[in-house]
Design a protein around this ligand. Structure first.
Ligand code: MLC
Ligand code: AMP
Length: 501
């Protein structure tokens, strides 16, 4: 038994036609080719001496090859660790070292620049169309591979997620976590082999990899495979799709294009949004323009999907719907005691979907995952009389930009280390395209001058581009309360309009 292989990959061998399609409907990768590629990659991974439970880190452009590599890891009983393509080497260092990965795979063009990672792991490259050193190894391998036996609670993936304090944490995700959630979603959202899913999300995160790809594989639904979200390509592909998943920025960008309307979208069975809050106004505009109601759902790296507006019942803008089948959810006080409906509190969740803790961080795990299985999400929510959940804020100090999470602490640490900076505070401000974007508020050291150009350059070395503040301000002092704590709410109010168009 290998739960994910048996449910997601093995059935592909009996499927006809294309698994990944180009926007014009032609086949990019057939189901049969996918299974063969998975087999080859699994043989190559084993050939490198990797053993069940070993970690394989990868920073790869979105490609059929990367999907097959994930499949190869599953088949070989390895734990895969996909990494955002925007991370510079300074961030990659940490992930590869912390995870104890034995193998790191990168794009062939980045191989030399990432040689420093050889301190921690073997480094191989994998590019499109059979390029890269790993592809060469795999080309010499057999396509037949007997999947390594795994139990439901064996780990399948680590996804790194930042925290309010300190470094990123590796969320340990098991076969059961992924499969139970995929099964629920296929049924809840009525996915079948007759669907064609438009896939324009990155595949290094929960949304694009687990929600979209696992659902498509389980349902036997092909995917129109776009390397990234681009309005032009999406408009091109929509007529051949039945469903699409996206972050709110996808939908606001589509609405900005006058060509987007009933003609291109009216035939769609389902549009799903998540990863960040969608404005009620966007829901309304979308319905007025297309006649379709976006189905909004709520999830997290640590838990996969938690809540969803209904497929058939009322989809209520501004809510994320009731908890999904199999997910227990309560809105609590700080001690985890459930509050009455209608009161705002911290959302806690429990179920087969909830992860196994943070890799080698027992204290952080204990602080967020209670011993009775309840996970403290850090999101603030309220449940209405119909059982619909609304996310009304975040207890955690998190900014979500275009569906990517940014923890201010990480950015502040880089800012504080710059010459002439005494201290800094980073807050999110509403942004018309990304939903939210970070603003850096900097206090100069006495007598010093802060050079914003130098600060930007330092950010470029240290952090992925999407985490960079898009507005900087140098001030005399940060607002503080009587306890000396920086009043971020006051800063959010002060900078609330900086990105308004
Ligand atoms: C790219 N950039 C971003 C950005 N994405 N900056 C801030 N926020 C983002 N999300 C940078 C680029 O590096 C570029 O830098 C500049 O912004 C403009 O790029 P762009 O061409 O406008 O961006 P684009 O490449 O089109 O990307 C925007 C996007 C993309 C929204 C299409 O970010 C995206 O696909 N987001 C989806 C994220 C996602 O899948 N999240 C799911 C997480 S799982 P420069 O140097 O040119 O200025 C999760 C759980 C759950 O949250 O519930 O699902
Ligand atoms: P991540 O850690 O990247 O998985 O991001 C998870 C976080 O995204 C959640 O804790 C929420 O704060 C947020 N999120 C996801 N979906 C929604 C949604 N539909 N509405 C509001 N916030 C969301």
């Amino acid at each position: 038994m290998n739960p994910l292989y048996d449910a997601l990959i093995a059935p592909c061998a009996a499927r006809e036609g294309g698994f990944l399609l180009r926007p014009d409907g032609s086949v990019l990768l057939g189901y049969g080719e996918f299974v063969e590629q998975v087999g080859r990659y699994a043989n190559a991974l084993v050939g490198l001496g990797l053993e069940p439970g070993d970690r394989v880190a990868m920073q790869l452009e979105k490609s059929p090859e990367m999907l097959a590599l994930v499949g190869g890891c599953i088949a070989a009983g390895l734990i895969f660790l996909p990494l955002n393509t925007g991370y510079p080497v300074a961030e990659l260092d940490y992930f590869v070292e912390n995870s104890g990965a034995r193998l790191f795979l990168c794009d062939p063009g980045k191989r030399d620049a990432l040689a420093a990672l050889e301190r921690f792991a073997r480094v191989e490259s994998l590019g499109p169309q059979g390029t890269g050193s790993f592809a060469a190894l795999a080309a010499a391998c057999d396509t037949a591979f007997a999947p390594v036996a795994r139990g439901e609670d064996d780990l399948a993936a680590f996804l790194y997620t930042s925290g309010t304090t300190g470094r990123s944490k590796g969320a340990m995700i098991s076969h059961r976590n992924l499969l139970s959630n995929a099964r629920v979603l296929v049924e809840f959202w009525r996915f079948t082999g007759a669907d064609v899913l438009l896939h324009a999300l990155p595949i290094f995160h929960t949304h694009g990899l687990f929600v979209a790809t696992n659902v498509a594989l389980l349902a036997g639904a092909p995917m129109i495979w776009l390397e990234k979200f681009e309005v032009e390509a999406v408009l091109d592909a929509l007529p051949r799709a039945t469903t699409m998943m996206g972050v709110p920025t996808f939908y606001t960008r589509l609405l900005e294009d006058a060509r987007f309307g009933r003609d291109v979208a009216g035939h769609m069975r389902l549009f799903i949004s998540g990863s960040a809050p969608m404005l009620e106004e966007t829901h309304r505009q979308f319905e007025a323009r297309t006649g379709e109601r976006i189905l909004e759902r709520y999830g997290m790296t640590e838990t996969n999907m938690l809540c969803s507006n209904p497929y058939e019942g009322e989809r209520v803008a501004g809510t994320v719907g009731p908890p999904l089948p199999g997910v227990e959810l309560k809105v609590c006080d700080a001690e985890g005691v459930a509050l009455p409906d209608g009161e705002v509190g911290v959302i806690e969740v429990r179920g087969e979907n909830v992860f196994h803790g943070y890799w080698q961080m027992p204290e952080k795990t204990a602080a967020e995952l209670r011993s009775d299985g309840w996970f403290i999400t850090g999101d603030l929510g309220v449940i209405d009389a119909q059982g619909y959940v609304s996310i009304v804020g975040r207890g955690k100090d998190l900014i979500i930009s275009g569906g990517y999470n940014i923890y201010p602490k990480e950015v502040e640490a880089v800012l504080d280390a710059q010459a002439g900076v005494l201290e800094s505070a980073v807050v999110g401000a509403p942004h018309p395209d990304f939903g939210e974007s970070p603003v850096a508020v900097i206090v100069a050291a006495p007598g010093a001058e802060v050079e914003i150009a130098a600060v930007r350059a330092a950010l470029g070395e240290a952090l992925a581009r999407f985490k960079h503040p898009r507005h900087f301000d140098v001030v005399e002092a940060l607002p503080r309360n009587t306890m000396g704590k920086v009043q971020k709410a006051a800063l959010r109010a002060r900078y609330g309009e900086v990105f308004k168009v």
